[in-house]
Design a protein around this ligand. Structure first.
Ligand code: ZN
Length: 118
């Protein structure tokens, strides 16, 4: 049994608890054709639904490794509307909190930009 770990979204640093909707990117490196074979520890990188959608809708990032991760996230976001749905659910929750006093947040949240910069 692994201990329960709290992860943070790599982009916005929001806490992602086990079981929360999120996208996890696993990374590890290993040697090929060299004996003995070596394998690095694996790393888990998490993105909350909004950042996943935002990244996927945004322009391709710099760097081959970033680009590879971006393509994988795009596949997930484009493959099923569930992730977009999760992002919208969270956003609605935030918009609800923010608009306790004002009412123009909802209009801004549904702007035509297509993605959100935090
Ligand atoms: Zn995030």
């Amino acid at each position: 049994m692994e201990p329960l770990e709290i992860f943070h979204c790599l982009r916005c640093n929001r806490e992602i608890e086990p079981g929360d909707k999120s996208v996890a990117v696993y990374l590890f490196a290993q040697t090929v054709g060299i004996r003995p074979r070596q394998k690095s520890a694996s790393q888990r990188i998490c993105f909350c639904p909004q950042c996943s959608v935002s990244l996927a809708m945004g322009p391709p990032p710099e760097g081959a490794l970033n680009l590879a991760a971006w393509k994988m996230i795009r596949d997930l976001v484009g493959g099923d509307p569930a992730l977009n749905q999760a992002a919208w659910e969270t956003l609605r929750g935030i918009a609800g909190l923010l608009s306790a006093g004002e009412h123009d947040n909802r209009a801004r949240a549904t702007g035509t930009d297509g993605y959100f910069e935090f």
